[in-house]
Design a protein around this ligand. Structure first.
Ligand SMILES: [Cu+2]
Length: 130
């Protein structure tokens, strides 16, 4: 008699535990996942835009910033790169080695073209809006 009661009690405990576990889900509306446009990167809220030098390319190749905001390049390659303006600005980073960075502040509206003079075809653009 007592043995059957014990089994029943154990079974009841299992059911209660299972019920408790499955009832904990609530329908909370989570924030929508951030979308990453393929062609344009929105400037970060902090007023800076980041470009990565990776696989002998600037990524993203085109960034948009506002006057007064900065663009920061980071070399994620194992080879040296540089960031040299060819149109719309006159900055020149010099050699940026592995893990190195270069920062430039946009001071006027316009489109800036730049290249890495070490690697032909490695180029990017900065669209500066007032
Ligand atoms: Cu390069």
């Amino acid at each position: 008699m007592s043995r059957i009661l014990a089994i029943l009690a154990a079974a009841a405990t299992l059911v209660a535990a299972a019920g408790c576990g499955s009832s904990s889900s609530s329908s909370s509306s989570s924030a929508p996942a951030a979308t990453t446009p393929a062609t344009s990167a929105a400037p970060a809220a902090s007023g800076a835009s980041a470009v990565t030098m990776q696989n002998i390319a600037f990524t993203p190749a085109v960034v948009s910033v506002k006057v007064g905001q900065t663009v920061k390049w980071t070399n994620d390659d194992t080879v040296d790169h540089n960031v040299t303006a060819t149109k719309g600005a006159t900055f020149k980073s010099g050699t940026v080695g592995k893990g190195g960075t270069f920062t430039w502040k946009a001071d006027k509206a316009g489109t800036v073209s730049y290249v890495c003079t070490i690697h032909p075809g490695m180029e990017g653009k900065i669209i500066v809006s007032g």
